[in-house]
Design a protein around this ligand. Structure first.
Ligand code: ADP
Ligand code: MG
Length: 304
């Protein structure tokens, strides 16, 4: 689609991150609802053109596990406008505000979608995601999960954060990244493991409830803990929902994502092909249940 600003009607704001804002819009000529991300960035024209060219590569990313990319343009100087598929159940961080602890079938489908998306990006386009976190995974009303904000879009979204060293720091960092080693496909697996642990247990990882806002000292302490402590786990913990231990397949699956030694951590496609936790997902065993859950989430969004 050829996009320009006059054709875009803003409906409402969806949120904002480190360097941009996202809103729900209507593309008038096609009557298509989209999500529009605006990034203000001071760049020379040459670089802007280069970015637009790189964004065009995202057109080629076609997978049910990746957000569709409709197009991008430079608006007035220093503003990049990106239009992508709108997901009507929103991102997982917002969903977690409604349902803190995700049901097991949802976690299974989510894990399967992320691993499939990562495998697609890597094997087809040689792209790493690098920013798996709840706000970058979106859900549709059909209970499908899709990745967004990878590649050049991730770099743009986080570009302002880089200038301010601590802003970009979060609990979503792998030990190897903190230790200055290369970020690889297995680092994406670590991030996914953290996210699944958080969503399956309903509890944040690394941070205690009372100090969720970290000062510089807190951040240094956190980085040390990620590198030095044993990895987070839900093994030998009690599921607050049932009062019983967690599903053994879930525990083992999360543990195999959060192996500290990158060399021993599995690859996305290895987990997809081999892990018993994901058995039945590809065949659609959990689709009905997850779809019903998504419907409930959508309703809660509307009521608020
Ligand atoms: P962050 O990912 O750090 O929260 P972003 O600027 O990438 O910052 O996104 C801001 C918010 O916009 C996200 O938290 C998410 O809830 C929402 N959002 C982003 N993309 C979409 C989309 N395609 N459909 C629906 N909501 C979206
Ligand atoms: Mg994002």
């Amino acid at each position: 689609i050829k996009l320009n600003n006059d054709d875009l009607l803003t409906l409402r704001s969806l949120g904002s991150g480190n360097s941009g804002t996202v809103s729900k819009i209507l593309h008038i000529p096609t009557q298509k609802t989209m999500a529009k991300k605006i990034i203000h960035i001071e760049l020379k024209l040459v670089i802007q053109t280069q970015i637009i060219r790189e964004l065009k590569i995202m057109h080629e990313c076609r997978s049910p596990f990746i957000i569709d990319f409709y197009g991008a343009f430079i608006d007035t100087n220093n503003t990049i406008v990106i239009c992508m598929e709108y997901c009507n159940c929103g991102s997982l961080d917002k969903i977690a505000n409604i349902c803190r602890q995700f049901p097991l079938p949802v976690v299974k489908k989510l894990a399967f979608a992320i691993l499939s998306g990562l495998t697609y990006l890597y094997t087809t386009h040689k792209i790493l995601h690098r920013d798996i976190k709840p706000s970058n995974v979106l859900m549709t009303h059909k209970g499908e999960f899709k990745l967004c904000d990878f590649g050049v879009l991730r770099e743009l979204t986080n570009s302002l954060a880089v200038a301010d060293t601590f802003v970009g720091t979060s609990t979503y960092m792998s030990p190897e990244r903190i230790q200055g080693m290369n970020y690889g496909i297995k680092s994406d697996v670590w991030l996914m493991g953290l996210m699944l642990l958080e969503l399956a247990s309903g509890r944040p990882v690394w941070i205690d409830d009372d100090d969720s806002v970290l000062g510089p000292e807190g951040i240094l302490d956190l980085l040390q803990r990620i590198v030095n402590e044993t990895p987070p786990t839900i093994r030998n913990k009690v599921d607050p929902k049932t009062g019983a231990p967690y599903d053994p397949d879930l525990v083992r699956f999360i543990d195999s994502c959060l192996v500290k030694d990158e060399a021993k951590r599995k690859l996305p496609w290895e987990l997809l092909e081999q892990d018993l936790f994901l058995r039945g997902v590809a065949e659609g065993t959990f689709d009905k249940e997850v779809k019903a859950w998504a419907k409930g989430i959508r309703k809660s969004h509307k009521d608020t």
